[in-house]
Design a protein around this ligand. Structure first.
Ligand code: A3P
Length: 321
């Protein structure tokens, strides 16, 4: 173990002491490499950048938090490993493991820092995940040619999902929606500004479409089967005609559907500490799973304001929500 692994809060303090800071959602956030992070995230990002060694055949599932990471992990794992784990098999890993545990994060846990060796020990091709903005990925990820699947989501739904989740998992803390909304609009959210996160991967996907597959939660919800096929193609394991006619694509969709995942005991019960020092209910990753749930929470005025900000920020990029 290196010194870094023992650093803890003291090291966080020295890493963040010169960074711009401001009130965050539940504790101060720091502006690190252009994005708002907690001190733990800064420390773990620094570690990943220094020590993680990407491989050319790595596949990285990248998301802004609350954009459907859990769903994408389940889908990508199921599609990529279907020769080893037939989709309809009784002992399928999706039935017995939380999707968050099927694909490890590069930068998590924060507190008990990842022995990076655990990631090194995974056989190739590795399926990994990250919430890091593309500019903060370890440099090898772009030079070596790793493939990236990026999933984003309609910003008002992201805000509402993040607000619920933050209040649910941080038991000693509550932020009201008005305040979370103001922060989000200013770009101050975990890993935010949200639009900068999306734009980075969007531009990369425009430059290198074979390297970066850019997906939207809302479109995936509208047509999951098409997206599962697209994902399989991109991962280099397209569905055969036999598989398609046997209904394997639909089986993947059903296995990984919100209703199915939410109902599984491994996802609906129990508590796990994946971040390090923050045990949370496994069920916290499955709330309503709907497109447009923001309508139940935001006023028309709030919606208009956030829409205008996002539209302005994305202007000319070709990306819209
Ligand atoms: P809501 O809070 O709007 O319900 P992440 O996995 O990135 O943390 O995102 C969590 C969001 O994805 C939550 O949104 C959650 O309910 C939703 N979600 C989880 N599993 C899903 C699935 N299989 N299909 C669609 N949405 C899912």
């Amino acid at each position: 173990q290196t010194e870094t692994n023992h650093g803890g809060p003291k090291e966080e303090e020295s890493l963040t002491s010169r960074l711009p800071t401001r009130e965050g959602w539940w504790k101060p956030f720091f502006l690190f490499q252009g994005f708002w992070f907690t001190p733990q995230m800064v420390r773990s990002t620094v570690l990943v950048q220094a020590q993680f060694r990407p491989r050319a055949d790595d596949i990285i599932l990248a998301t802004y938090p609350k954009c459907g990471t859990t769903w994408l992990k389940a889908l990508a794992f199921t599609v990529a490993h279907r020769s080893q784990h037939p989709v309809a098999s009784h002992g399928h890993p999706v039935l017995t493991s939380h999707p968050q545990d099927l694909v490890p994060f590069l930068e998590l846990p924060h507190r008990e820092l990842h022995p990076i060796e655990e990631l090194e020990a995974l056989p190739s091709p590795r399926l990994l995940s990250t919430h890091l903005p593309c500019t903060s990925l370890p440099s090898g990820a772009s030079t070596l040619g790793c493939r990236i699947v990026y999933l984003c989501r309609e910003p008002k739904d992201v805000l509402v999902s993040m607000w619920h989740y933050t209040n649910k998992v941080r038991k000693d803390f509550h932020i009201d929606l008005g305040k979370a909304f103001e922060f989000f609009c200013e770009g101050v959210s975990l890993g935010g500004p949200f639009w900068e996160h999306c734009l980075g991967y969007w531009k990369w996907s425009m430059e290198e479409p074979g390297r970066v597959l850019f997906l939207k939660y809302d479109e995936m919800m509208a047509n999951p089967a098409e997206h599962v096929k697209m994902l399989a193609e991109f991962l280099g394991v397209p569905f055969t005609e036999e598989e398609e006619s046997a209904g394997v694509v639909e089986e993947v969709v059903r296995l990984c559907s919100f209703e199915n995942l939410k109902s599984l005991p491994v996802n609906s019960t129990g508590v796990s500490d994946r971040v390090g020092g923050l045990p949370m209910e496994n069920a916290s990753f499955f709330r309503s799973g709907k497109v447009g749930d923001w309508k139940n929470h935001l006023t028309e005025e709030m919606a208009r304001k956030l829409d205008c900000i996002v539209e302005e920020k994305l202007k000319g990029s070709g990306l819209s929500f």
